[in-house]
Design a protein around this ligand. Structure first.
Ligand SMILES: [Mg+2]
Length: 279
């Protein structure tokens, strides 16, 4: 990137373009805001950086995600959110019948796409996302609809998600059950897979950093977008763990990352005259 930055080193993301920021483990942990994230986002925006958010969590609706962000001190319009639910919906044609074994966020995205959401087959596609309403009967309906020809789509394949009580099953665990019962492999929509990469590339062509806590999703997404991967240790990755793929920069949390980035470039003229908020 050609910019000399004394404190953080040359691999710290630049204070320009668009930073793509993960939610779970970066902005909040199990719904609790992570300290000083609101200040970190405000500082980025004050430097003229556009901030957009990308989550593999397909369960909350957009309004629920925005409310959680507001509770963390972050105001953002819905168009600054990219979700695995939207990525899954991008694989559906308007008018198709979709059996949704998933929660409100996925259903909202499918309906916005013009899909007809059904509870039982036959269906053109079966979309599996994280839901607590996962029962033997719903598994049987989903697997049967796939066996009868419905395309199997997973919003994401995260095996777990972190909570204060430890790791709970993620959407990947539910998807694996449907794959096993149907005998088919799913197309996965969320990070780091092609559907969400295409969605991000179309909506936000100038990504200059991907900030996340999970190398297997956020790190690989950064690679696919050709952007630096900034790993924060406020989520599923602990200090001392060897990230795979490796991170370009590691910080305790988003606030510390932004501190590094702003100190490294604070004397650069013309970088801090930006407007406060996109879009
Ligand atoms: Mg995360």
């Amino acid at each position: 990137m050609g910019r000399v930055s004394t404190v953080p080193g040359p691999r710290t993301p630049p204070l320009r373009g668009t930073w793509l920021v993960d939610l779970d483990g970066v902005v909040w942990l199990a719904g609790q805001p992570i300290e000083r994230v609101g200040m970190a986002i405000a500082a980025l925006r004050a430097h003229g950086v556009r901030v957009v958010f990308a989550t593999n969590n397909s369960a909350p609706t957009l309004e629920q995600l925005l409310a959680r962000m507001r509770a963390a001190g972050i105001e953002a319009p819905p168009e600054d959110l990219v979700t695995s639910a939207q990525a899954a919906a991008s694989l559906i044609q308007p008018g198709e019948r979709v059996l949704a074994l998933a929660d409100g966020g996925a259903r909202e995205a499918l309906e916005a796409r013009g899909a007809v959401v059904v509870e039982d087959g036959p269906a053109d596609a079966v979309v599996v996302g994280w839901t607590r309403q996962f029962t033997f009967d719903r598994l049987a309906q989903a697997a049967t609809a796939v066996r009868q020809g419905g395309r199997l789509i997973g919003t994401n394949e995260d095996p777990t998600h972190p909570t204060p009580e430890g790791l709970l099953p993620g959407a990947g665990a539910l998807l694996a059950a449907v794959e096993t019962a149907s005998g088919r492999r799913a197309e996965v929509a969320g990070k780091p897979h092609r559907p969400v990469i295409e969605l991000i590339a179309a909506r936000h062509p100038e990504v200059t950093a991907v900030v996340g806590d999970r190398p297997s999703t956020d790190g690989l997404l950064a690679r696919a977008l050709g952007a630096p991967f900034a790993l924060v240790l406020s989520g599923v990755t602990g200090p001392g763990e060897e990230p795979d793929p490796p991170a370009d920069v590691v910080a305790t949390d988003l606030f510390e990352l932004v501190e590094q980035a702003t100190h490294g470039t604070s004397s650069t003229p013309g970088e801090s005259a930006g407007t406060t908020v996109g879009p």
